[in-house]
Design a protein around this ligand. Structure first.
Ligand code: AMP
Ligand code: MG
Length: 368
């Protein structure tokens, strides 16, 4: 058991005290310790990316399988050259357009990066976050910070410091409590070692945004389909694991809005008669249509960014309420919707009830 210290840093303008705290947090990283910190996507669990012992500690703290590589966070574009063996023109174009920001690039690694950090791969994932606290910590910590999301493996990524503490208290040295991440879903991952570049994980930076800079970009088909449907594993090793899952059994219901509400209400009464505690994930626009034990709005359909920001918190809240079944509305798979649906489908183990094409039959072939 490690004593986990929590410090508060406001991202606006660092006071002298906050600067000193950040230097102390950086020292913890340089000495091989672990510090969780806010980024603009979700909270990260940081360790020195060039120290194999730190990476091993990250895997242990999260209970993460060691073949699931970590993203290395940098604070200066000039630092990229040290950890990759080659910088293709496409990487410079993307860095220019989207860094600092929620985009991770896969590139061939240099010898400086230990295989413990890359899960045994010859490639390395690199991102420059835009959150001021993250940038300051990376600089103080030596410039290269491996930071997966700061949750226990399999749980929703943390979007506030309290969620980090739920999972990491007693397992890491420090938690930096900054503000809530503005985005709420992990970074877009794009593989630049293939031609055309390929999106391995969708995020705030959409395919359309990448294509405006690079021309054609492909998408790993496993993003919106289960490995069983695609007959192959996702290319990002981490995407093959069960993820973001609430404790209750989550089903996504697809179809025309009125019918979805009618169907969910019917299922809720049936489940409750069987003794289940049932939750519903609705939206601002539809919330009043539902009758269940716990009904929550994930955001507004008129502003998908609100849905991205709240999705993980809502999944954790259902755990606190100890609901045993959850029904969720489904969202468009275009633009930011692709990232929202990717996370929701994984949280549901790809359990979808399609009212249009299947006459209400369930597609639970992928449910384990
Ligand atoms: P997280 O750290 O929780 O945001 O997860 C990082 C994601 O990046 C996981 O899905 C990893 O499998 C993926 N990833 C990291 N490094 C690589 C790499 N070199 N090649 C492919 N995917 C990677
Ligand atoms: Mg994660």
């Amino acid at each position: 058991m490690t004593e986990t210290e929590v410090i508060k840093i406001s991202p606006e303008h660092f006071t002298e005290r906050e600067k000193a705290e950040l230097r102390r947090a950086g020292r913890i990283l340089r000495e091989g310790g672990l510090v969780a910190f806010p980024t603009e996507t979700v909270y990260g669990l940081g360790g020195d990316a060039l120290n194999p012992c730190s990476s091993r500690k990250i895997y242990a703290a999260k209970g993460r399988p060691s073949d699931n590589p970590l993203i290395v966070h940098i604070a200066e574009i000039a630092d990229l050259g040290k950890i990759v063996s080659e910088i293709p023109g496409a990487a410079l174009k993307l860095a220019d357009a989207f860094w600092p920001g929620p985009l991770t690039m896969i590139l061939p690694k240099s010898d400086l990066v230990p295989r413990e950090t890359t899960g045994g791969l010859d490639t390395v994932a690199v991102r420059m976050p835009s959150h001021p606290v993250a940038l300051a910590l990376i600089r103080e910590g030596g410039g290269y910070v491996a930071a997966p999301s700061a949750n226990t493996s399999g749980k929703p990524s943390p979007t506030c410091a309290a969620f980090v503490a739920e999972d990491m208290d007693g397992r890491i040295d420090m938690i930096i409590d900054g503000d809530m991440p503005g985005i709420g879903l992990e970074s877009t991952i794009v593989d630049l070692t293939v031609d055309p570049p390929q999106i391995l994980r969708p995020g705030y930076i959409t395919r359309e945004m990448l294509e405006r800079v690079l021309g054609e970009v492909s998408v790993d088909e496993t993003i919106l389909h289960s490995a069983t449907e695609c007959a192959r594993a996702p290319k990002a090793p981490g995407m093959k694991y069960r993820h973001y899952a609430p404790a209750g059994e989550l089903s996504i219901v697809r179809g025309e809005s009125g019918k979805v509400a009618e169907y969910i209400n019917l299922r809720v009464s049936k489940d409750r008669a069987e003794g289940e505690k049932v939750g519903v994930i609705g939206t601002e626009e539809t919330l009043s249509c539902y009758r269940a034990d716990v009904v929550k709005s994930v955001g507004s359909r008129r502003d998908e960014e609100t849905i991205a920001r709240r999705l993980y918190a809502i999944l954790r809240e259902f755990d606190d309420e100890q609901v045993t079944r959850i029904y969720s509305e489904s969202f468009s798979e275009e633009g930011l919707g692709q990232a929202i649906m990717n996370r929701l489908l994984k949280a549901a183990g790809h359990h979808v009830i399609d009212l249009d094409t299947m006459g209400g039959e369930e597609n639970d072939s992928n449910r384990k």
